[in-house]
Design a protein around this ligand. Structure first.
Ligand SMILES: [Zn+2]
Length: 321
């Protein structure tokens, strides 16, 4: 039975993690190609649902991972959903494939079929990453961002976008396309400036916030200014955890039930049921939410409700808990 506070039933908070890289081998115990511990994928999902996570959007970042994301969604219906797309840092997966056009056709076919099935709820992650040219130079990134936007215009799915240190090019490419992208989408893992955030919001995009978006005092000011009807929460697990050195960490209160996570151990000390240091999990979304609510000076309930509604509306999730 739910605990009673002041005679009222305490509502369990509920979250949608819009950025969970659950196809990552780390969730199977494999780190940098080496098996360090047993597969604890089911434990990761269990911890997430115990923390109130009701839905997760599993990120597809190339053709193979998008297929895996859809398979996960099939295996965990109503809990996991997928995106389909090629991340800018994976641009060479297309460029170096035997037939780039065929690769893109396969990607589109996968998205179409996944959408019909109900497993695929967004097209992405696509975009530009000018902080990581060692994966792909700007011209190759732009080439496949544009080619994937051609697909997006035919799909009628919201976009799951990645934008890092590229604001001008990003908008210059997107803006002429907007009439054909009425569902807009979310710019996830947002780390840009206040002006960049305001410009994206004015264009109709939502902003996804995770631990990486909350590192500095300046970024907290940006988060404070995001309109409530445009905010979404995510973890980007296994990446982007909140660290003690981040400006956000001062908002995490010890003893707060909604925020406290099971103890973390080094992967070498893993026992089934423990969390692993350095491997962020969807259950940590409660920490992201807690920081965002504190920064925006609203209650956690208010934030959770808004973020929930925003995601339900954009991705067409059912509203039942
Ligand atoms: Zn990203």
């Amino acid at each position: 039975m739910a605990p009673e506070i002041n005679g009222m039933l305490q509502k369990k908070r509920h979250y949608i993690d819009i950025g969970a890289n659950l196809t990552d081998p780390m969730f199977r115990g494999s780190y940098h190609g080496k098996q360090s511990h047993d597969d604890d994928f089911d434990q990761v999902l269990k911890r997430a649902t115990e923390q109130g996570v009701r839905k997760m959007l599993v990120t597809g970042s190339n053709l193979i991972e998008s297929r895996s994301a859809i398979q996960l969604a099939r295996n965990h219906q109503k809990l996991l959903y997928a995106t389909v797309g090629v991340h800018p840092c994976h641009s060479f997966d297309i460029e170096n494939s035997p037939n780039a056009e065929k690769y893109l056709q396969d990607l589109e076919a996968l998205a179409v079929a996944g959408k019909e099935e109900g497993a695929v709820r967004a097209f992405g992650e696509i975009g530009l990453d000018y902080a990581r040219f060692h994966y792909a130079p700007a011209d190759i990134q732009r080439k496949y961002f544009i080619k994937q936007l051609d697909i997006a215009e035919r799909l009628h799915l919201p976009l799951f976008l990645h934008s890092r240190d590229c604001a001008e090019d990003f908008e210059a490419i997107l803006i002429p396309r907007l009439p054909n992208l009425p569902k807009r989408g979310v710019v996830h893992s947002f780390t840009g400036t206040l002006e960049e955030m305001q410009s994206l919001v004015a264009l109709g995009f939502s902003i996804g916030i995770n631990g990486c978006s909350l590192k500095t005092e300046e970024s907290l000011e940006v988060v404070k200014a995001i309109p409530l009807d445009k905010i979404m929460l995510e973890t980007d697990a296994p990446w982007c955890e909140i660290r003690p050195s981040h400006a956000s960490s001062k908002f995490l209160k010890k003893g707060d039930q909604d925020v406290e996570l099971p103890p973390m151990v080094k992967k070498e000390k893993f026992v089934m049921g423990s969390m692993v240091r350095g491997r962020c999990e969807p259950c940590a979304i409660s920490q992201v939410a807690s920081v965002v609510a504190a920064v925006k000076e609203i209650t956690l309930d208010e934030l959770c409700e808004m973020a929930w509604k925003n995601c339900v509306k954009m991705f067409g999730f059912d509203d039942d808990l």
